[in-house]
Design a protein around this ligand. Structure first.
Ligand code: FES
Length: 108
């Protein structure tokens, strides 16, 4: 859920995941956080928490998404800085890591 579209009272009793809860239990970066870092998936960082949380849900539902599925999956989140290419690469990086395979840049 986008926090700007939900009244706090509507979330009463719900489990809420924020960007602070995305890191691994030992405090290391999650695959997605690492992907955004390694693939330069952010510039100002304003959109990054939403992108990572949306991507986390996307990868939970589809651990091996195509580029088109990633782009559709994050289409409700706006980034004014990156042009999305590196965000997509960051999510592909995380998907590869989660699946235990080496990240391969797509041929252009
Ligand atoms: S990195 Fe600035 S809005 Fe996405």
């Amino acid at each position: 859920m986008k926090s700007c579209t939900v009244f706090a009272v509507q979330a009463q009793g719900a489990d809420i995941m924020t960007i602070e809860g995305v890191a691994n239990a030992d405090g290391t970066l999650s695959a997605l956080q690492e992907g955004f870092r390694m693939m330069h998936g952010l510039q100002c960082g304003f959109c990054t928490p939403g992108m990572i949380l949306r991507a986390q849900r996307l990868l939970k539902e589809n651990p091996n998404p195509t580029e088109a599925e990633i782009r559709m999956g994050i289409s409700g989140n706006f980034c004014r800085c990156t042009g999305y290419q590196n965000i997509v690469r960051a999510i592909q990086y995380a998907a590869a890591k989660i699946n235990g395979v080496e990240f391969q840049e797509a041929a252009e």
